[in-house]
Design a protein around this ligand. Structure first.
Ligand code: SF4
Length: 501
């Protein structure tokens, strides 16, 4: 196992992240005293020298040795020293592996935020572009994507106010567990889950009522609703009616704001449930193929075929749904570049209003984690993402939100594409962290977006904890209310923050 050794600095977090761009699932040892083992290490040195600060990287891997250094002026800020070491490491590993991670040394979750910030500071596209290219080594291709998204988002965020919020509801159950899944979602088929589900629903509706009262007291303005999970359509039609009825009762804005219900997996969708969704005031649904290959579906533990997804999609269209999202995943086990292209073209030809393309994320809590080779070549996934971008933009879809997750294959991204005017607003609000989210249910996380900081409130992860300790949930909502209460007055405006320059 390679050791990352630090001498005169402790930039562990950033250096590990950059190293993982090239060796995605590798584990490292760490040494903070500058003591190198005999072999298999990377040393990061920082030292004051007469003409400034010397920053050096020495790589001693079994199959690769290299050294680089640069002297920056005395007094250079620590974050700039860290960036310099990250660039050195990136360039050396790029040469060693032949891999060119397209986001450069940016390892954060929300690269578009950097572009948004640049726009808010009055910088031109050109200035933002050269900054991200020179400082962070981002490729032209990804810069095009990030800039395009930032401008689309500026449209949606133009009218944002401090007391705007979105409502999230969580149904943490699924018909079965996908092999790559790292959510708390549980299979609904077991006896225990079946017994717990009605109690869960009752508790969720109670939290929903309290949340509506909170929003009312604090004069918050509801901008969107998202019923997700898990797979909300694991609920029976009558349970779904009960829940969506409560949403309608407590939130009179239903019918006037974006309202998404994840219908997710076709093995849970019936005409009766779609009818309930249609009557609920939902404006948008998700039907998620992930892939249109039956072999890959079977391999990831899904118990439906590609044709089931297509049938379900047509059924929804015939019932009048006019805003449908489809999720696809690039890099699924058993899939190939050609297989992914086939899936993407199938989705494109169905012409849903939204197509969201994810890069596979392999987290430790997923069943898939044990099967993945540390050094698995992710270049095909990069090509898949590039194919998706090119094909969908040619077909009239615009990219409108983008985020990354840790341990994404190839440190790539997830991108939502939409036909003009069909942006899923909730996706932008949550991913760009520009609006408070009041979230209800097990595993849900509420966020108070305050001037200069974000406060979070975590609900219990599992339904049995959520039901059993429900009074704690209400107490935590009280804490959230305290934060929200400190927001600027209801008619305040987020001055300049997201104005397009
Ligand atoms: S449908 Fe989604 S939440 Fe449910 S098991 Fe599969 S990946 Fe996890």
């Amino acid at each position: 196992m390679t050791t990352l050794v630090f001498a005169g600095n402790q930039f562990k977090y950033e250096m590990e992240n950059v190293a993982k761009l090239f060796f995605p699932l590798a584990h490292f040892h760490f040494d903070y005293d500058g003591k190198c083992p005999e072999d298999d290490y990377i040393l990061f040195e920082q030292a004051d020298v007469p003409d400034g600060i010397r920053l050096a990287v020495h790589i001693r891997l079994p199959d690769y040795r290299a050294d680089d250094e640069k002297v920056l002026p005395a007094g250079t800020a620590p974050n700039l020293c860290e960036e310099e070491l990250a660039r050195q490491l990136y360039r050396m590993l790029e040469q060693h592996t032949g891999v060119h991670p397209q986001w450069g040394i940016l390892t954060g979750v929300r690269p578009v935020k950097l572009v948004q910030r640049g726009l808010a500071e009055g910088k031109s596209d050109g200035e933002i572009r050269s900054e991200l290219k020179e400082r962070d080594l981002v490729s032209d291709h990804k810069l095009d994507l990030a800039l395009k998204i930032a401008h689309v988002q500026a449209e949606v965020l133009r009218d944002l106010r401090p007391r705007d919020y979105s409502l999230y509801l969580s149904i943490p159950y699924c018909p079965s567990r996908c092999s790559y899944c790292s959510f708390v979602s549980q299979s609904v088929t077991g006896k225990k889950a079946q017994e717990l589900l009605p109690k869960y629903l009752m508790a969720l509706i109670k939290e929903l009522r309290e949340t509506a009262a909170l929003a009312d007291r604090q004069q918050l303005r509801l901008r969107s609703i998202y019923l997700g999970g898990g797979t909300p359509t694991v609920l029976s039609a009558s349970q779904l009616r009960q829940l969506t009825g409560a949403v309608k009762q407590y939130f009179p804005e239903v019918g006037k704001v974006e309202y998404t219900i994840e219908a997710g997996r076709p093995d849970t969708i019936t005409p009766e449930k779609l009818e309930v969704i249609r009557e609920s005031g939902a404006t948008r649904i998700s039907i998620n193929p992930q892939t249109f290959s039956d072999e890959v579906l079977a391999r990831i533990g899904r118990k439906h075929t590609a044709q089931d997804v297509i049938d379900c999609y047509h059924m929804a269209r015939e019932m009048g749904f006019d805003d449908i999202n489809m999720d696809l995943i690039a890099g699924l086990p058993g899939d190939s570049y050609e297989g992914f292209c086939h899936s993407l073209l199938t989705a494109r030809d169905l012409r849903p209003e939204n197509i969201t393309v994810h890069s596979l994320t392999v987290k430790r809590s997923s069943a898939l984690y044990a099967q993945i080779d540390e050094m698995e070549d992710y270049r095909p996934v990069q090509r898949m993402m590039d194919f998706a971008a090119e094909t969908l933009m040619e077909a009239g879809y615009d990219p409108y939100y983008l985020y990354r997750q840790k341990n994404t294959v190839g440190n790539l991204e997830n991108v939502g594409y939409a036909l003009p005017g069909h942006w899923g607003e909730y996706n932008i609000y949550i991913m760009e962290e520009v609006q408070s989210i009041l979230a209800c249910g097990a595993g849900a996380v509420s966020k108070a977006v305050l001037p200069g900081k974000i406060e979070r409130v975590y609900n219990f992860k599992y339904p049995y904890e959520y039901i059993g300790q429900f009074s704690d949930i209400l107490e935590r909502k009280g804490v959230l209310e305290g934060w929200v209460a400190s927001l600027p007055a209801p008619d305040g405006r987020k001055e300049g923050l997201y104005e397009e320059k």
